[in-house]
Design a protein around this ligand. Structure first.
Ligand SMILES: [Mg+2]
Ligand SMILES: [Zn+2]
Length: 202
């Protein structure tokens, strides 16, 4: 492959990003729009993917809905705002998928054992069928080992970032047996690693 071949998304892989503790500050059940704060360098990192036309898809567990703390409308509004904030740096997330459920807390219809609460892979399947993505060519980046476990369920690569709960979670790797392909300081370092791997592949 020639040196000048642009690094575009020709392999149909995507980068799936966790939200809380990965892109925005972890606040333990975000319930007010004012609490949304993009972590340092995160917008610039996402822009690197946008420039290469690599799909950037957010996947988040929002059991606050099942718990009655927030509405689905709030989740949607928070994602619109997140994209408005990212736009100030020229970046954007291509689509947002969330799980509003919890297996044993809250009320119907949200109290249920679903197939979309991470590490269950339902959100990845929704995204891959909507955008014809190849999950085994994709990456999942998050601050919890469930994000890494999710990646491995679909043969994607899982990267743990040490922002949010990531530092705590990194201490559980040995006992959990969930081994990230990479552990990074933050989203920016994780995305640089992804871009390097993709370059090697082209
Ligand atoms: Mg998180
Ligand atoms: Zn769900």
């Amino acid at each position: 492959m020639s040196e000048t071949t642009p690094q575009t998304a020709t392999d149909n892989g995507a980068v799936f990003l966790d939200r809380d503790g990965t892109i925005i500050r972890e606040v333990d059940y975000l319930s007010r729009l004012e609490e949304i704060e993009i972590l340092p360098g995160a917008a610039e990192a996402i822009l690197k993917l946008n420039r290469r036309q690599i799909p950037v898809i957010l996947i988040t567990n929002q059991s606050g809905v099942a718990r009655g703390k927030i509405s689905e409308e709030f989740v949607n509004r928070s994602h619109l705002l997140l994209n408005r904030l990212l736009a100030q740096k020229g970046a954007h997330i291509d689509d947002f998928f969330y799980c509003p459920h919890h297996p044993d807390v809250g009320r119907a219809p949200y109290r249920k054992t679903c197939n979309c609460r991470k590490p269950a892979p339902g959100l990845l399947f929704q995204a891959s069928s909507r955008y014809h993505l190849k999950l085994e060519k994709s990456f999942v980046i998050g601050d919890k080992l469930i994000d890494v476990a999710l990646a491995h369920k679909v043969k994607a690569r899982g990267i743990l970032v040490k922002t949010g709960y990531g530092d705590q979670e990194s201490k559980l790797i040995e006992t959990s047996g969930i081994n990230p392909e990479m552990i990074c300081r933050d989203l920016n370092e994780a995305i640089d690693w992804v871009l390097n791997i993709r370059k090697e592949r082209f």
